[in-house]
Design a protein around this ligand. Structure first.
Ligand code: DGL
Length: 248
């Protein structure tokens, strides 16, 4: 029975699970929100790695045959360690700087991500590859994760929090904005309202879903052999997780 584990520091990874289920609708998933320890973005790489191990152990104990690290921060901090320590495939997130760099019309790309992601070697390497071709402006989405975790996706308060990090990127001239944290797609309707028409937002989740399908195939993990569905688990209260799941 092949179960696919998916985890994030909170409910943000549901934005990835949504894309995965569009192309692999008949699988069985266990989604784990580590919200007792959320946000990961301000924690040390060591702490995030320790949590990623603990969550992986739990997903394995529930039969996961592969794990999607549906969190940019945990991918940057921990995926190399997870791959070295466990004998199952892991699929992680990567800020979509490459498609942004090839899609920008004016050569200015904005990246919204957590502090942990923006200082990680993984991101700095990607950025280094495109730094000659485009100008990259970055901002931490300050308070964005908290908005999503409290299901505040559309209030005047949410708008001012989102504007606080998005506006400087727009002011710097970015015409393409990379969503470098899996919580941020839930704030996309708000971001689209704030940003002038013509600004493109890029979410890597559809590419991650395609990558998962390839990885499962390469690893020979059988598809469609379990009752399809999603089990939602959390290390803290699961109210937001369940609510967000219903509006996916
Ligand atoms: N959703 C996560 C990410 O993609 C982490 C957010 C956080 O816990 O800070 O980076």
């Amino acid at each position: 029975m092949a179960v696919i584990g998916v985890f994030d520091s909170g409910s943000g990874g549901l934005s990835v699970l949504r894309e995965i289920r569009k192309i692999l609708p008949d699988e069985r998933y266990i989604y784990f929100s580590d919200n007792a320890y959320c946000p990961y973005g301000e924690k040390t790489a060591e702490f995030v790695t320790a949590r990623s191990r603990a969550v992986t152990d739990l997903l394995l104990s529930k039969g996961a045959a592969a794990v999607v690290v549906a969190c940019n921060t945990a991918t940057a901090a921990a995926i190399a360690t997870l791959r070295a320590e466990y004998d199952i495939p892991f699929v992680g997130m990567e800020p979509a700087v490459k498609p942004a760099a090839s899609g920008t019309r004016n050569g200015v790309v904005g990246v919204l991500a957590t502090a942990g992601t923006l200082k990680a070697a993984k991101y700095l390497n990607i950025k280094g590859q495109y730094a000659d071709a485009v100008r990259i402006e970055e901002r931490v989405g300050k308070g964005f994760v908290e908005l999503v975790e409290s299901m505040d996706l559309d209030s005047p308060h949410a708008e001012s929090v989102v504007r606080g990090s998005l506006q400087p990127l727009l002011d710097a001239g970015a015409d393409t904005i990379v969503l470098g944290c899996t919580h941020y797609p839930f704030l996309l309707p708000l971001m689209r309202r704030i940003a002038p028409g013509g600004i493109r937002f890029i979410d890597p989740a559809p590419a991650v879903a395609r990558r998962l399908a390839d990885v499962l195939g390469m690893a020979g993990i059988p598809l469609k052999d379990s009752a399809p569905g999603v089990e939602l688990l959390a290390s803290g209260p699961d109210t937001t997780l369940k609510k967000l799941f219903t509006i996916l």
